[in-house]
Design a protein around this ligand. Structure first.
Ligand code: FDA
Length: 391
């Protein structure tokens, strides 16, 4: 039987990084993955440019049943630590809004860097683990090419999002097999779907973008909202999707810098002959202003003819738009999986299962899910480093 010190299942962000960290701890390391190529999600991340970390990383940027769990790993391997590796590898990068760091060039440079960092470890692609068991001394992983024995087993097979590029629930199955508890999973950072009433407004506006603010269940975001043929998308919608529960109504502020009712009343006293839609067009993109006025039967109306009650209703429609998503696009397009392995059963310093010495879970399979903006990769790096270096 082949023998290694540390076997990693999953050659994604967390698995590749863990291999490099474990090598530095002097271990014999092997990584297995069923896909043809390592780091497939890195390749498609950040629109192909990989938003590889966020300078504002802090535990409050993550959703988890235990919001403090991620703090230890995040404090010991930080965003600047990852940036140092990126700089050393000569990868050019830039900062977008809100501390988000992206490659100037292709995302695959990050995968290359991770592969270089783990030189000395063995990487076996197109190798699906068939079963895992504990033999009293360590773990035995059966593969089509034979059994591998390892003292330490690190599960880094990610969440359920994007099955088309290889996501499976293997980590959850292994956790269940060894008696770890689970927090129910659901799709996060995902476009939401809408009923015909909202779609009737959204479809003709497809391509229009507006800065919007949404507060919901403790999440509060201000970012671009994009109207699409399928409903609403854009960063602000992806962010809030992680906080939303089925059946809930969202309230969207389409003009967060303005009290629209007050603005319209002031405009009425200054230039009452102006069309309502033109006045609204000063605070919203013109197509959106026209669509909202059409919807409220104000397409031809002049500002001067509108009583306060109408302007207040229009203001509420813009500053407090109530929409009820019917669902989300699900794991097919979700950037992440919320929930996962219950952190109560993991040691926060090492990501080791409390009751199963030698078994570790890292990355997205754990119940730690970042906001949009590079936080999920930073969790992958930090949790991987914690497990790879664990004594
Ligand atoms: P990851 O999914 O990366 O890796 C899991 C590995 O396990 C894969 O290689 C898979 O093939 C393998 N595997 C799965 N099941 C297996 C099985 N049964 N047997 C063997 N191998 C198996 N985050 C961010 O911070 N910035 C960004 O820009 C983006 N952008 C982005 C875009 C898109 C389209 C998506 C889908 C996601 C993002 N993310 C992101 C999220 C980010 O990609 C994600 O959080 C990390 O890749 C998670 O790293 P893991 O290593 O945990 O899982």
């Amino acid at each position: 039987m082949e023998q290694v010190d540390l076997l990693i299942l999953g050659a994604g962000a967390a698995g590749l990084f863990c291999a490099g960290s474990a090598l530095r701890a002097g271990r014999r390391v092997m990584v297995l993955d069923h896909a043809a190529h390592p780091g497939e999600k890195i390749r498609i991340s950040g629109g192909g440019r990989c938003n590889f970390t966020n300078l504002a990383t802090a535990p409050d940027r993550f959703l988890s049943r235990n919001p403090r769990f991620a703090a230890s790993a995040l404090a010991r391997f930080t965003a600047p630590d990852f940036v140092r590796l990126v700089d050393r590898a000569g990868i050019a990068w830039h900062e977008k809004a809100q501390g988000q760091l992206f490659c100037d060039g292709k995302a695959t440079q990050i995968t290359r860097m991770l592969l270089d960092r783990m030189k000395g470890a063995e990487l076996r692609m197109e190798t699906a683990p068939l079963s895992v068991r504990h033999d009293g001394m360590g773990f035995v992983v059966e593969t089509p090419g034979g059994a591998i024995h390892t003292e330490r087993l690190v599960v880094a097979t990610g969440g359920k999002s994007i099955p088309k590029i290889g996501a499976t629930g293997l980590a959850y199955d292994i956790a269940a097999q060894f008696g770890l508890r689970m927090i129910d999973t659901r799709a996060g950072l995902v476009p939401m779907t809408f009923a015909e009433q909202e779609l009737a407004l959204c479809r003709p506006l497809a391509g229009v973008s507006v800065e919007a603010r949404i507060r919901h269940n403790g999440g509060q975001f201000r970012d671009a909202l994009l109207f699409t043929h399928r409903g609403l998308s854009g960063p602000v919608i992806l962010q809030i999707s992680s906080f939303w529960q089925p059946g809930e109504t969202l309230q969207i502020d389409l003009a967060p810098d303005y009290d629209v009712a007050a603005q319209l009343k002031a405009a009425r006293s200054e230039a009452g002959r102006v069309a309502v839609s033109s006045a609204l067009g000063r605070v919203l993109p013109a197509r959106l202003a026209t669509a909202i006025c059409d919807e409220m039967g104000l397409s031809q109306a002049r500002l001067a003819d509108q009583p306060n009650t109408w302007l207040e209703a229009l203001g509420a429609r813009v500053n407090r738009w109530q929409v009820r998503p019917v669902g989300t696009e699900g794991y097919r397009t979700a950037e992440v999986t919320l929930g996962g392995i219950d952190t109560r059963d993991l040691d926060a310093r090492t990501l080791q299962a409390r009751k199963v010495p030698g078994l570790f879970f890292i990355g997205e399979c754990v119940d730690v899910t970042g906001w949009l903006g590079g936080y999920n990769f930073q969790w992958a790096w930090a949790s991987a480093d914690a497990a790879g270096r664990a004594d």
